[in-house]
Design a protein around this ligand. Structure first.
Ligand code: T4K
Length: 366
């Protein structure tokens, strides 16, 4: 059977990539902030609508090192409804995650529940714009301003999104984009960190290169998290096609929405005024009167050759490695984790396949 996977990486024509990497052979510059890296850095900052951007080997290290550069201590209020990376980035900086429940509509951190969790140890709020839906940025800003907290956004899912015309990476003290193969735009593996301030960007750029500020001085304790020229070349090629990739995703998402909207028992992502979405994932949330459980629907689709994913089940706060960390009181997040199913979504998915998937969901659910 030919399986439809939950996602497939977008790829430029092979000859275009070969052409792009030709210069690597010509100048023998393979990594360490080479010319392709620099070109991509500058083009991505313009595309994303941000002033300060640093590229990394992957999204996780961008977030982990970005948090490290803020030199925080204590507790970070965050969401359990996310990929493992978000919470690992907190823990690996010696900080304690404090889990806040999520909003039932947007599935992002519930800004109305943040203040009750603030203690004298709280240093930051880390929100995840999950599935590309922005957190309640204004409310989080106000709370952070009132209590002197840093604001960190995991924008792993948000490449290219704009909110009322502003690049989504502009919000918070730092924001991280994942440029992983499974994202709307990718550099195979890669990540980008946007910071409100140029000095912080210079600092994370040093940290990703052993803290070097010159050939003879390391100003910060660093690591190696640099993006290579081959990865940057893939980014430059994909950037030429990004508008087509996003347009295809929009058409596919619209078809799903056309078929599934208004069906009692199938919840869809909310429409957010002023948001240009990138349609990175297409999650549905099942509830009564839908007849099948989420797991039953997953199995049923798999029998038809359609592979879906339970992003994000279980909650990160339930992983074995979180032993000793308070999982908090997050019933809305628990319910979302138990009912969500991410349907196949990638730029080359055929509309006939979307129809087949929707037929199967509707036929078996009522
Ligand atoms: N924060 C959040 C909120 C995130 O969601 C993520 C990553 C991060 C931080 C960290 O960013 P990165 O360090 O990854 O840049 C995938 C991705 O690896 C991960 O990037 C993503 N989020 C997460 C939600 O999903 P897995 O373990 O589910 O991937 P995997 O290998 O099972 O692939 C998913 C599907 O994609 C498979 O069905 C097959 C298909 N696939 C995958 C790859 C890699 C392909 O067809 N070709 C491929 O090359 O984590």
């Amino acid at each position: 059977m030919d399986y439809i996977l939950v996602t497939r990486p977008a790829l430029p024509p092979l000859n275009e990539y070969v052409e792009e990497i030709r210069t690597i052979w010509e100048n023998r510059w393979l990594t360490n902030s080479g010319p392709l890296h620099q070109e991509l850095n500058q083009k991505l900052a313009a595309y994303l609508g941000v002033e300060n951007l640093a590229l990394f080997a992957n999204g996780h290290t961008a977030l982990e090192l970005g948090i490290g550069a803020l030199e925080l201590q204590g507790e970070v209020i965050t969401t359990p409804y996310t990929f493992a990376s978000t919470i690992h980035a907190i823990l690996r900086n010696g900080l304690t995650p404090v889990f806040c429940d999520i909003d039932p509509e947007t599935l992002t951190i519930d800004a109305n529940k943040i203040e009750a969790l603030i203690t004298e140890r709280t240093c930051a709020v880390l929100g995840v714009h999950v599935y590309g839906t922005p957190c309640d940025i204004d409310k989080i800003d106000k709370i952070a301003g009132k209590h002197g907290l840093k604001v960190i956004y995991d924008a792993a899912h948000c490449f290219g999104e704009r909110l009322h015309g502003a690049g989504i990476g502009q919000f918070g003290d730092i924001s991280m984009f994942s440029l992983h193969a499974t994202k709307a735009f990718h550099t195979v593996e890669g990540g980008a960190l946007c910071a409100g301030d140029a000095a912080l960007t210079a600092k994370v750029d040093r940290i990703k290169n052993f803290g070097f500020s010159s050939e003879e001085e390391a100003e910060d304790v660093g690591t190696n998290a640099k993006m290579s020229e081959f990865h940057a070349a893939m980014g430059l090629c994909n950037l030429r096609h990004i508008d087509d990739y996003l347009e295809n995703r929009r058409r596919i998402a619209e078809r799903y929405t056309e078929r599934l909207r208004g069906i009692d028992g199938i919840g869809l992502l909310p429409e957010i005024p002023g948001l240009t979405r990138n349609y990175i994932y297409y999650p549905i949330l099942l509830k009564k009167p839908y007849r099948l459980s989420r797991d039953e629907l997953k199995d049923c689709l798999a029998e038809q050759g359609v592979l879906t994913r339970k992003y994000f089940y279980p909650l990160v706060s339930r992983f074995a490695c979180m032993k000793g960390i308070d999982p908090g009181d997050t019933p809305v997040a628990e319910a979302a984790a138990d009912s969500v199913l991410c349907l196949p979504m990638y730029d080359t998915l055929e509309l006939e396949d979307v129809d087949r998937i929707c037929d199967c969901i509707i036929k078996h659910g009522f």
